[in-house]
Design a protein around this ligand. Sequence first.
Ligand SMILES: *[C@@H]1O[C@H](CO)[C@@H](O)[C@H](O)[C@H]1NC(C)=O
Length: 329
Amino acid sequence: MKLWRAALWLFLPGMARCMEPVSLSLGAISIIAPLFSYYWFRGSPHDCKPLERAINTTALQVDFDDKIYGQHLARLVVLKGVSGFMKNKNPKKPLTLSFHGWTGTGKNYVSQILAKNIYPDGMNSQFVHQFVATLHFPHAHLIDKYKDQLQAQIRNGVKACETSIFIFDEVDKMLPGLIDAIKPFLDYYENIDGVSYRKAIFIFLSNTGGGKISELALDFWKNGKKREDIKLSDVEHHLSLSAFNKKESGFWHSSLIDKNLIDYFVPFLPLEFEHVKMCVRAELQHRGHAVNDALVTKVAKEMTFYPKEERVYSVKGCKVVTAKLDYYL
Ligand SMILES: *[C@@H]1O[C@H](CO)[C@@H](O)[C@H](O)[C@H]1NC(C)=O
């Protein structure tokens, strides 16, 4: 924007010397009008949001109720974390959420819903940045280059908008050491080289701990206890600190956790038959089909369930529901 303005001011006086007034003003309009409309339309709905107005937590809650199934803990923790962060006019550090659980349990979906509730364009917004470990950082020998790129992207993103959102998918597959490059941004610094990262949101997605979370859920199930009675403290207990420090357990970001840079640990529970049915129903409605219970059950039964004996949880959560449904429609 500033560049364009500067260019115009340099350019127009030069034109004025060699043109009569009418064509000068026509010329100016033909330059300014498209620019003006470009920024006008690009501007308003997609603007960077000040923190305290960034999100309507009631609307977020409604979205979670409508679209996320079987995740009472994730729902609670994300709502609490996000609304607390938004209410704070001067956060001391960026909000950092770490999502844990098996594939298909809704980690990506929750981050998309959160992004969309802050920026209407959701994942397509220029203020929402997504990094997928195996896609963006595949080669071990390029790690130094990746570190530089990652830091530059975060720096430029936050410079453009202090409430930017950064989503890191497949964190458990990230090259060891790469995560160190973002640690400074997550810490309690007032600013780094003149840029403050304190209003940004960082979300980390991983399968890490999925096994432990499943074990816990199964324990509850076997004891005839309600899934909804699983408390965050139960999960944290199960994923005891020793697990975080064991390298082979895949707790890659133990250093982030050690340093208390992760604000919220968000567990995603494995999904049961009933939840898979909810996903099928939602997908049918989304596609404008009538909801047919026989079909819903049929599609849900196509999924594979574990453990072998009890067959309680869907191996892929709701992940392949769409594909299975395609086959029947
Ligand atoms: C927040 O969302 C709720 C539910 O969608 C809506 O009724 C309410 O008007 C919204 N509030 C604001 C301030 O936009």
